[in-house]
Design a protein. Structure first.
Length: 295
């Protein structure tokens, strides 16, 4: 059985032509790409024994080799527990003179490492988010907040999703009272509706309620923005589409009491509204026992 395949033989042959000690890598347990990384290290004169192990994937070998060629102390990342992407993040930190011990830990994936590294480069206190409990998008939003001098303590909590954090961060940037909606029980779209209402200077007690979903909140806020009496439809028994038909009727100056009833689904409400707009006697069909098509 042939000990080396053609690609391996080519790496060994190249090394011999260049006067290298190929005995370090001329072993069948090294794949051709691993051999190439060891050969390149020998050519540049680095200590290849640091990574000349078949347990290192060739891309891991490459990151170690590149660090050695730059004269870096690679001991912080030349470890099997780090993949090549993690190694690259640690290497970049060492190159920039950072304290990589903060993130050179296998429990951080490379994206988390990147967020911590960028925070260190910005000179912010990364201890606020340098924890595996935060996924990288959460870390990014906390880092962005710190760099913008925001009070991130309000949302730098693992119970908030990255979408929720984003809405809280946006509210802080706008100067609204985010404490009204900085509650993980609110879905992020609900948070965003409350933020919008606060930005418009509206009383949140009318729409920022757990019994309303985002669609309902939006319809109530739209009514308030237009100066309407939303008390007619700001009730949890109306879904957002029912609320919309009632709101549209109020905006048009119509007596919505004829159809502003939970027993009418939104398409029935729509048919009654159309009838009123066309000066019809809607009392003939404004009855919940008629479906919207019959109406």
């Amino acid at each position: 059985m042939q000990e080396f395949d053609g690609a391996q033989m080519n790496e060994i042959s190249t090394g011999l032509k260049n006067g290298l000690d190929v005995s370090i890598y001329a072993k069948p347990e090294f794949g051709c790409r691993q051999m190439m990384e060891i050969r390149k290290g020998l050519e540049t004169g680095v200590d290849v024994t640091i990574y000349a192990s078949p347990e290192f994937y060739y891309l891991q070998m490459k990151e170690i080799r590149l660090g050695l060629e730059k004269g870096l102390d690679v001991s912080d990342y030349a470890k099997l527990e780090f993949d090549q992407l993690q190694m690259k993040q640690i290497k970049e930190g060492i190159e920039n003179g950072l304290d990589v011990s903060i993130y050179a830990k296998p429990e951080f994936d490379y994206e988390q490492m990147n967020e911590i590294r960028e925070g260190l480069e910005s000179g912010i206190d990364v201890s606020i988010y340098a924890s595996p409990v935060f996924e990288w998008r959460q870390m990014m939003l906390i880092r962005d907040g710190l760099e913008s001098k925001l009070d991130v303590s309000i949302y730098a909590k693992p119970e908030f999703t990255c979408d929720q954090m984003s809405v809280i961060c946006f509210g802080l940037e706008q100067g609204v009272d985010v404490s009204v909606y900085a509650d993980p029980d609110y879905y992020y779209t609900e948070m965003d509706c409350i933020r919008y209402g606060l930005k418009e200077g509206l009383d949140p007690s009318i729409y920022a309620r757990k019994e309303y979903n985002a669609g309902q909140m939006f319809e109530i806020i739209e009514g308030l923005v237009h100066g309407l009496d939303v008390s007619i439809y700001a009730k949890p028994e109306f879904d957002c589409r029912q609320m919309r038909e009632i709101r549209l009727g109020i905006e048009k100056g119509i007596d919505v009491s004829i159809y502003a009833k939970p027993e009418f689904e939104w398409r029935q409400m729509w048919q009654v509204l159309l009838g009123i707009e066309n000066n019809l006697d809607v009392s003939v069909y404004a009855k919940h026992e008629f479906d919207w098509e019959q109406m």
